[in-house]
Ligand binder design. Structure first.
Ligand SMILES: [Zn+2]
Length: 215
């Protein structure tokens, strides 16, 4: 199985990717983790990546595709792409690269969450300004409301988590993803997942869709 997941930050895509990998014995290829790992390595690609970052440049599409190629070619199992592609040129270059290596994507799952629901999810986040610990008023509350468990600092709401900022971020994300969604819709093997439900319910839906797709 070769699967790619699309979806905004906060859609639970990373957690679902891990669960899909556990259920079907696949390798989780999260672009963020891969970038961190290659940056920390002394490899030529790692040095190049540091140059981009040090010079405040965006990581070029070609570079990202090459990075994914190196991570995919050594695999003897299937994989789940998480956080990649992020642009239409990346999606096209990825298709070409996978096709040339006889490993085309077999399924693309698009995680869709209502922007208002997503904003509510973020609105419960509280961060410790001292130790950077992250809490959530519903799912991961501190022992004393509003106070960090570790050193007792007063918790704050990050500007990025304010509902109006989150909603704007989601709308921007959906706009940048629209051409990618259109591209994969046209290619086929594309399914939309309503990721507004609880994590466990979404997992059930996702695993079921994958099983039926590969039957
Ligand atoms: Zn703290």
């Amino acid at each position: 199985m070769r699967i790619a997941l699309l979806g905004p930050p906060g859609s639970g895509k990373g957690t679902q990717a891990q669960r899909i990998c556990e259920a079907f014995g696949l390798v989780h290829l999260a672009s963020g983790d891969i970038l961190r790992a290659v940056k920390a390595s002394g490899s030529p690609l790692g040095q190049k990546l540091r140059e981009f970052i040090d010079n405040g440049l965006l990581v070029p599409d070609d570079f990202m595709v090459e990075l994914m190629r190196q991570n995919i070619l050594g695999l003897s199992r299937g994989f789940v792409l998480d956080g990649f592609p992020r642009t239409l040129p990346q999606a096209r270059a990825l298709s070409r690269m996978l096709f040339e290596n006889d490993r085309p994507l077999m399924l693309v799952l698009n995680f869709v969450v209502d922007p208002e629901a997503l904003a509510r999810r973020f609105a419960g986040r509280r961060v410790c300004p001292v130790c950077q610990a992250v809490y959530h008023v519903d799912s991961q509350p501190p022992r004393v409301a509003g106070i960090c468990d570790k050193e007792g600092a007063k918790l704050i709401i990050r500007d990025d988590d304010r509902p109006e900022v989150v909603q704007k971020r989601i709308v921007t994300f959906q706009q940048t993803m629209a051409p990618i969604v259109a591209y994969y819709t046209q290619l086929g093997n594309f399914k939309t997942i309503d990721a507004s439900a609880t994590i466990d319910d979404v997992t059930k839906i996702v695993l079921d869709k994958i099983r039926r797709h590969f039957e």
